[in-house]
Design a protein around this ligand. Sequence first.
Ligand SMILES: NC(=O)c1ccc[n+]([C@@H]2O[C@H](COP(=O)([O-])OP(=O)(O)OC[C@H]3O[C@@H](n4cnc5c(N)ncnc54)[C@H](O)[C@@H]3O)[C@@H](O)[C@H]2O)c1
Length: 330
Amino acid sequence: MESILITGGAGYIGSHIVEKLVKTNNKIIILDNLITGYKKLINKKAIFIKGDIKNYKKLLNIVKKYKINSIIHLAAYLNISEAEKNKKKYYLNNVVGTLNIIKCCKNESVKNIVFSSSCSIYGNVKGSVNEKKRASPKGYYAFTKLKGEQIIKKYSKKFNYNYAILRYFNIAGASSTKKIGEINSSHGHLFKNIAIQSLKKNPKINIYGNNYNTKDGTCIRDYMHVTDLSVTHIKALEYINNNSKSITLNCGYGKGYSVLDIVKIFKKIKKNLTINIAAKRKGDVESVYADTGKFKKILKIKMKYNNINTILKSSIKWECILKNRKYPIN
Ligand SMILES: NC(=O)c1ccc[n+]([C@@H]2O[C@H](COP(=O)([O-])OP(=O)(O)OC[C@H]3O[C@@H](n4cnc5c(N)ncnc54)[C@H](O)[C@@H]3O)[C@@H](O)[C@H]2O)c1
């Protein structure tokens, strides 16, 4: 039995990973300060510690006490617009917090680190992007994610751990167990906004910018279901542990949808949807979707939810559960 620490395990993606992890024969410890996480997302089969990754002493105590073998590090702030306005806050949490975690690996039992990175580190890309593309973050949030990657890579040999850097594209949907899903609506995620609007009598959706250099002027993204992403974490951790190797992988399905594509699918469900074109958001990139060649070659996972309608319905269904409403809507 191994001990796995998961930072941010009370959050949206973290709780889905924990749901899978508790089914393995390992001890699962969650560290989360609940700043955007929720008690109701905490899996009862895991040990929960309320705490902050900015607190190095506390982190080190946890690593020692539970003889942590692997860390899945998700704890971060992730609101793109807020990051531009409050850089220090993001630097302290996302960069210094990551550095604290790495410092805890020195002379300790930690063998593996899995890190939540983001496709935003690539900046503007035309078409699909593979992991060899030079990073060129456009916004401050993306910059903090790239810094996190660099810190993890820098100390890997020195502190003797393997890493899996997972560059998520856009994550949406919810667990089919109906127990967990995205609650926090402050991150400005399109699918969450749509899910919220799906329960309104007069739904409205903002599209941030319609004069990007894309097929319909709106941003292009690659959306992946959170359950497929969770399985990816388990497989990536197994891979680096079994092979004593480090990897950097794109996590997406390899298909780009414009924001307008998604909104149009939603409009088929909610015919009275009002679409509002708002100003571009600083830090948003124009178009990015994954080249999944390396991911497929290394992890060989069969994706279960690779369908945009399934993802949208999954997000809406969760919103209904959260608000105790019946599904389907209308
Ligand atoms: N959601 C996406 O589409 C997406 C895309 C790319 C990358 N990511 C990355 O995935 C990770 C998880 O994102 P999420 O969507 O689940 O967001 P989330 O806000 O639901 O989860 C983040 C969790 O981290 C916790 N946290 C934040 N700062 C902390 C700190 N200092 N100490 C302890 N806990 C702290 C929060 O309370 C929350 O539970 C983040 O690192 C994010 O950058 C997410």
